[in-house]
Design a protein around this ligand. Structure first.
Ligand SMILES: [Fe+2]
Ligand SMILES: [Fe+2]
Length: 144
């Protein structure tokens, strides 16, 4: 069993958002494997930097997606992203400053945050999307 398992209840759009999340899950597993096998600092640093870069890229894409949808809870959702990014960056800096004990904490932080955030907050985007589609297909009489 993988350290971090992708599950169907994490599905959001069956498209780019899910692909991003699946990539991040795979990267968290790679980071976890590298740190638990005691792989060299160079390998861990590279995986870590890729993971941080792709997480930021995903967040940017997801926020842009919410903007185009007119998603009403964007500000709240963005605040959640911002505080996570601050934690992530803090740990990344510590790692680069020589604290090797930080790497295992990073895979735990990423796994727990992603797992909870996707299921609790990203999921609301899917709910909103379904509502929007339902409203768009309703006849004007049903809407009244
Ligand atoms: Fe999100
Ligand atoms: Fe997300």
């Amino acid at each position: 069993m993988a350290y971090f398992e992708w599950a169907s209840d994490m599905e959001i759009d069956q498209g780019p958002i899910d692909q991003d999340h699946q990539t991040l899950v795979r990267q968290v597993n790679e980071l976890h494997t590298a740190t638990s096998e005691g792989r060299g600092q160079e390998v861990v640093a590279r995986l870590l930097d890729e993971l941080v870069r792709d997480t930021l890229e995903h967040i940017r894409r997801e926020e842009h997606y919410m903007e185009t949808l007119g998603y009403p809870q964007l500000a709240q959702h963005r605040a959640g992203h911002d505080s996570f990014v601050a934690d992530l960056r803090g740990l990344q800096e510590k790692y680069h400053a020589g604290s090797i004990t930080v790497a295992p904490r990073l895979s735990t932080l990423l796994r727990d945050w992603l797992s909870l955030h996707i299921r609790r907050y990203d999921k609301d985007i899917a709910v909103f999307l379904r509502q929007k589609k339902r409203e768009a297909t309703r006849t004007p009489r049903q809407r009244a």
